[in-house]
Design a protein around this ligand. Structure first.
Ligand code: SF4
Length: 678
């Protein structure tokens, strides 16, 4: 038996465990008892994170579409074809006619290399990744208010806090080990406010459960801030010494009386007053949010409000406080840090800055780098649908299931001249590709992931990949070599990290020999720096914290007589994203086999629906068939569908309207109608 210490490939909590292998096959996992995040625990996904690795569906050889069918090919042929056709598209339609989609499942080194490949080899800033779909509003909103778009505090802060406001995060299901920390905090006496329309598990333990209407977060928080200011409960010293633009915030919330906020949120005015007083009275209060806040057409405004509430009450820069966006996938923080974004290099250094362009061009050995920001992924789908974008290289993502408005996503992908997908399984998107490149999974390669609290951790190779599959970083380097670029010859991921550290100040002190045990939290600017568990302690990254007032905007699509239900989407405890790994894990698949819709018993009664009946759910964009699940988890008028299941794809229904600043889609609210299939 061999034990290999590594990091969980699922959520951004970043738990650590040993992969146990015997004779080249994984047989189980064993939690790391000393790890500061997981502390010897794992959730059900972590315990089963070995099971999909040997699944018979693993891709083992490159595939090229010939006469409409994907057929096996050699690496030489596949790599040559991808490079030649990308080059050919660029010669005919310009550099920006191709797009690279990176992955929050891949390592930091791989995200950095794909970003480098796009910019240095293919001369385009058209590089983005799935953070566009989950936390781009966080990156935008927190960068504006604090100067840094990351979680301000550490997971250990849950042990020190007096109050936790959980808003738009079903934490026990999506980040289970963090959910446990929250429950532990409540058990030792910390106050818990849960603001969520669904009666999530945390709500049962809350001092206050606010079931506000979907999409009314700005109204709720503006109402709370109104109460705090009018009752003089704000932290005047903190506001005076550490913030700017307070007058604008005060003016903005002056007419957000609890009664006005109540009318828009569907809450009682007293509930808003109670929440405000409770939050302001806590010595140390944390805000925890996730995609219930970010995935709206006003996602950035939601983030601005969370930031403002913390600034107003002085809950930043101390243990047990902070604004804490929980990052979804294992390495979505790292994907952003590595510059797999259309407007920044690694470390959020802007491509528009000529000095940064010069610095990266010199290091990468190219004469120039593109100046104009590239396309966000969500705009890229529109550009593909309209024929402006001709080629797409997708590493480890499945946009056919994960993007909003599936019919639109399918049309966009079908319209491409070239679709290349690099993945471990033949996902729904890979099945549409012209070329499929087989990749190693997390257990078969070296690298680093950065978890939600900015902790950079080693991922270690426990066994060889199946067949001819290669690590993503090896495939990217082979593409660069074939394109005639000699600047991507590395002895391994450790050398890639050395290059990242030399170019990226927040990762400046990171090297593999320093990450051996429990990693380091960025910013870590030098080799003797021990990392930064809490941001903004003395001053904010931008200097002063900025109040950014937000006006209320309703969701883009309202219910009406034709589409009378609000649909909201999310994940379940047993599955992960588009299910490529968890649905190939027997124990997880057994627990939650297929798509369902949660509907309130009162609504079900009106529609003559019984539990497990097959329902047809339709929006203005498409329709799906799913099983009814009658539950008071949802309020009457609202239904919930998880987005893991291809056979009942929630994103066939969702609305492709975007936040104007972050380009995140409004996954969390759209209007649907429901009828029983007879
Ligand atoms: Fe993995 Fe997240 Fe579960 Fe930890 S909480 S074991 S990181 S899925």
């Amino acid at each position: 038996m061999k034990r290999t210490l590594t990091v969980c490939p699922y959520c951004g909590t970043g738990c650590s465990f040993y992969l146990v292998s015997d004779g080249g096959r994984l047989v189980g996992v064993e939690p790391s008892t000393t790890h500061p995040v997981s502390r010897g625990g794992l959730c059900v996904k972590g315990w089963n994170a070995f099971a999909f690795v040997h699944h018979s569906d693993r891709l083992t050889t490159p595939l090229i579409r010939r006469n409409g069918t994907l057929t096996p090919a050699s690496w030489d042929e596949a790599i040559g074809l991808v490079v030649d056709r990308l080059r050919s598209i660029q010669q005919r339609h310009g550099y920006d006619s191709v797009m690279f989609s990176s992955s929050a499942k891949a390592t930091n080194e791989e995200n950095y290399l794909l970003m480098k490949l796009a910019r240095a080899v293919f001369a385009t800033n058209n590089i983005d990744h799935c953070a566009r779909l989950c936390h781009s509003s966080t990156v935008f909103g927190l960068a504006e208010t604090f100067g840094s778009g990351a979680m301000t505090n550490s997971i250990s802060c849950f042990d020190q806090t007096d109050l936790i406001l959980v808003i738009g995060s079903n934490t026990t299901e999506q980040h289970p080990l963090i959910g446990t920390r929250i429950l532990n905090a409540a058990q030792r006496g910390a106050k818990l406010i849960v603001a969520d329309n669904r009666r999530i598990r945390l709500a049962r333990h809350a001092d206050l459960h606010l079931r506000h209407k979907n999409g009314s977060d700005v109204a709720l928080i503006n109402g709370m801030m109104h109460v705090i200011i009018t009752e003089g409960l704000m932290d005047r010293l903190f506001i005076e010494q550490r913030t700017e633009n307070y007058a604008a915030l005060a003016a903005n919330v002056a007419d957000w009386t609890p009664e006005r906020a109540a009318a828009l949120t569907g809450l009682e005015a007293d509930e808003i007053v109670a929440a405000a007083r409770m939050f302001a009275a806590a010595g140390r209060a944390m805000i925890v949010y996730s995609m219930g806040i970010t995935q709206h057409s006003h996602g950035v405004d939601n983030v601005r409000c969370c930031a403002a509430l913390s600034l107003l009450t002085g809950n930043l820069g101390r243990p047990g406080t902070g604004v804490n966006p929980l990052r979804g996938q294992n390495n979505v923080q790292g994907g952003c840090d590595m510059g797999a974004l259309p407007d920044v290099y690694s470390g959020y250094q802007k491509v528009a800055d000529p000095l940064q362009r010069q610095k990266f061009a010199r290091a990468w050995g190219v004469s120039t780098l593109p100046e104009r920001a590239g396309l966000p992924l969500t705009h890229a789908m529109d550009a593909a649908a309209s024929g402006l974008l001709r080629g797409m290289f997708i590493m480890g993502e499945n946009p056919l299931l994960s993007d909003p408005d599936q019919a639109h996503a399918r049309h966009a992908l079908e319209n491409l001249e070239l679709l290349v997908v690099q993945d471990i399984f033949l996902s729904e998107t890979a099945a549409m590709a012209d070329v499929v490149l087989p990749a190693a999974c997390y257990a078969e390669k070296e690298g680093t992931f950065t978890n939600t609290e900015r902790r950079i951790q080693r991922v270690r190779k426990a066994l060889d990949p199946p067949g001819e599959a290669l690590a993503d970083w090896e495939i990217i380097c082979a593409l660069a070599e074939r394109a005639g670029y000699g600047g991507m010859r590395y002895s391994g991921p450790s050398q890639v990290m050395d290059e990242i550290a030399s170019l990226t100040p927040i990762y400046g002190g990171i090297a593999y020999d320093r990450l051996d045990r429990h990693g380091l939290q960025w910013p870590c600017p030098g080799k003797s720096h021990s990392g930064t568990p809490i941001l903004h302690m003395e001053s904010f990254t931008r200097g002063l914290g900025r109040f950014s007032p937000a006006s209320y905007r309703p969701p883009a699509e309202a219910v009406d007589d034709e589409y009378p239900f609000v649909l909201t989407t999310g994940r379940t405890y047993f599955h992960w994203h588009t299910g490529t790994m968890t649905r190939r894990t027997h124990l997880l698949d057994r627990e939650e086999r297929t798509a369902f819709v949660e509907i309130h018993p009162d609504d079900a009664g009106r529609l003559d629906v019984r539990d497990r009946d097959e329902l047809l759910v339709a929006s203005r964009r498409g329709e799906i068939r799913v099983a009814a699940r009658l539950t008071a988890m949802v309020v009457p008028g609202v239904v919930f569908i998880p987005f893991h299941f291809a056979e009942g794809a929630a994103n066939a229904l969702t609305n492709n309207v975007l936040d104007p600043e972050s380009a995140i889609p409004e996954f969390k609210v759209c209007a649907v109608r429901i009828r029983r299939v007879v």
